[in-house]
Design a protein around this ligand. Structure first.
Ligand code: M6R
Length: 368
């Protein structure tokens, strides 16, 4: 049942190309337009949306952070992302023109369920992004986009996360289509880029042995930092969460630009710092990230850089270089998170931990 893998988690990591492909299947009409068949909100209802609040917990929250960047960029609709547990008990401002998007792999997370119940009492429409057919959150929502990851057994979310990202991109592109904020050919181009992602994820997985060797070097490490910017920031947070929950190692993710506002004080000799390097582009993201990497390295950190193929600027600042396929910045989380999943899974395994059932954790958290 684990397809020859030692853990469900590892099996699920390797299923990601298929899970992403399945989540993209049948989303385009013959004319090339995007359609989301389970979406029960009318185009007019979506055109009336003037604010989106995304609520989720844990890894699903990080998918929501990526969604914010995508939706705001492609659709020009303001998006807030909030932890379900915070949202529910702070009297949030909601009305009929606010769309609440609840992201939950299990569809049973109590914090998220209470949050959507509250949103509906305030007349907001709720759209669920969920992996579990017939679970409570989609049942209590106005609309749903199902992810097609298949059952996720490992407590740590992996293919659940990647398919949530795909659903978020689809939602963003669909809103752009309905609202007319992007031309059809731009949407078709991003769809084609998304359809290439399973192949790119395969490429990353084919180099798993290099990541395993890296993990072996870190047995006994007490603390690891993760840095990212833009869509790479939630990836850094997710990399840190994986390491905490599986290897029980202290790990923290930071927005690279925040370093000088405090966290850089943590840097000491040989501290491993995993850096998610944005693709080179017209913006300044890449160069800004590079200077962050230089700063931590100058203070003795051991830099492990995830950077796209052909990015030579990084070579002299990386103690270890993990290559990623060249993809657009907004889609980079789909490839960048994979080495971090492999790293945490392997490191925890080498430390003798149960990767599928980490201590103190449950697969779905049905208490608030
Ligand atoms: O089922 P959900 O997506 O609502 O679960 C949310 C979190 O509990 C979940 O992502 C958790 O953080 C995972 N263990 C992370 O790997």
């Amino acid at each position: 049942e684990k397809d020859g893998h030692d853990w469900f988690m590892r099996k699920e990591i390797f299923e990601q190309p298929r899970a992403v492909a399945d989540s993209l299947l049948g989303r385009r009409t013959r004319e090339g337009a995007l359609h989301l068949d389970e979406m029960r909100l009318s185009d007019q209802e979506l055109r009336d949306v003037d604010k989106i609040i995304i609520i989720a917990a844990g890894t699903s929250f990080y998918a929501g952070m990526v969604a914010k960047y995508a939706i705001e960029h492609w659709c020009r609709i303001p998006v807030e992302v909030e932890l379900s547990s915070e949202f529910r008990y702070r009297d949030p401002i909601l009305d009929y023109s606010t769309l609440v998007v609840a992201i939950s792999q299990s569809g049973e997370t109590a914090d998220t369920l209470q949050a959507i119940r509250h949103a509906r009492t305030q007349r907001s429409k709720v759209l669920a992004i969920c992996n579990t057919n017939g679970s409570t959150i989609p049942r209590e929502s106005d609309a749903v986009i199902y992810t097609h990851a298949g059952p996720e057994i490992g407590v740590a979310s992996t293919k659940g996360f990647l398919t949530q990202l795909v659903a978020c991109y689809l939602l963003a592109l669909y809103l752009a289509q309905v609202k007319g904020t992007r031309y059809g050919d731009e949407i078709a181009e991003v769809m084609s880029q998304l359809e290439e992602m399973p192949g790119h994820i395969e490429t990353v997985l084919s180099r798993a042995d290099d990541v395993y060797a890296l993990a072996a070097d870190h047995v006994g490490t007490r603390s690891v930092l993760f840095l990212g910017r833009h869509a790479g920031y939630p990836v850094a947070l997710e990399g840190a969460l994986k390491l905490k929950e599986l290897a029980y190692i202290h790990a923290e993710g930071f927005a690279a630009g925040e370093l000088k506002h405090g966290p850089i004080a943590l840097i000491e000799q040989d501290l491993p710092v995993l850096c998610v390097v944005p693709p080179r582009g017209r913006d300044q993201l890449h160069d800004k990230m590079l200077s962050g990497i230089q700063e931590v390295r100058a203070r003795g950190a051991r830099t492990i850089c995830l950077a796209e193929e052909g990015d030579d600027s990084i070579t002299s600042y990386a103690d270890v270089l993990v290559r990623l396929p060249r993809v657009p910045v907004l889609l980079q989380p789909l490839v960048a998170v994979v080495p971090l999943q492999l790293f945490a899974c392997e490191l925890a395994t080498q430390m003798g931990h149960d990767v599928d059932q980490p201590r103190n954790l449950a697969k779905s958290v049905t208490v608030e």
